[in-house]
Design a binder for this molecule. Sequence first.
Ligand code: AP5
Length: 221
Amino acid sequence: MSAAAEPIILLGPPGAGKGTQARRLEEHYGLVQLSTGDVLRAAVKAGTSLGREAKTYMDAGKLVPDDLIIRLIEEWMQKSEAKKGFILDGFPRTVPQAKALDAMLQKRSMKLKAVVEMKVDDKALIERVSGRFSCAKCGEGFHDSFKPLKKTGECDKCHSKEFVRRPDDNAETMKTRLEAYHVQTAPIIPYYRDQGILVQVDGMGEMDAVYAEIKSVLKLA
Ligand code: AP5
């Protein structure tokens, strides 16, 4: 494994392919993926107080308040898996979150390897989220057109026959999610550019091409 233990951020609008690419990096390089969206959805499913508080925002396509998210990341950082190289997928999403992350890393004498911005047109994003579904058992992600099941009705990975679609993957909520990205998240792009760690990839290509570009900008063998 040639990846250094420095954390990587995958940044991009909803449906850009952050989760898809983070899972590949996790499998091939042993990096740990932390998706705030996945953690929040698990909390909603488990009915925890975090989940109950986050649900209203998520269902509406709005960002969950910074203090909740920062607390969630701080707790995760105490865990041993956070000491290995990790990929942040969906965090930070606001400048206050980015600043809080800097402080957390500094406290641990860690620094970011890179922030990978995945650029995808809004029209393609809507197409991607509206066809997305995942295996209810192992979480493997699929798409009606771009990554269909190899065998009808059966997960390629664990052979389960149950699948789920996200309640926020609809045209109306997607409008709010995109707006949140452009208004609240996009300001972190210049924040990281000024630190000299921002790299951009064309997220419009096919999944393999995007993955190859990410490996190249991150200088992963
Ligand atoms: P989150 O779960 O992070 O959702 P998101 O950012 O909207 O991103 P997605 O998971 O929708 O997309 P993705 O980029 O991972 O795309 P994917 O790889 O699945 O957040 C959900 C909610 O939680 C937020 O709205 C907010 O409320 C809350 N939240 C989370 N983090 C927060 C934070 N830090 N602060 C505040 N609130 C927070 O790909 C999409 C589809 O396209 C898939 O079907 C895939 O198969 C397909 N696909 C992928 N790549 C390609 C390609 N290259 N070509 C064709 N199809 C592709």
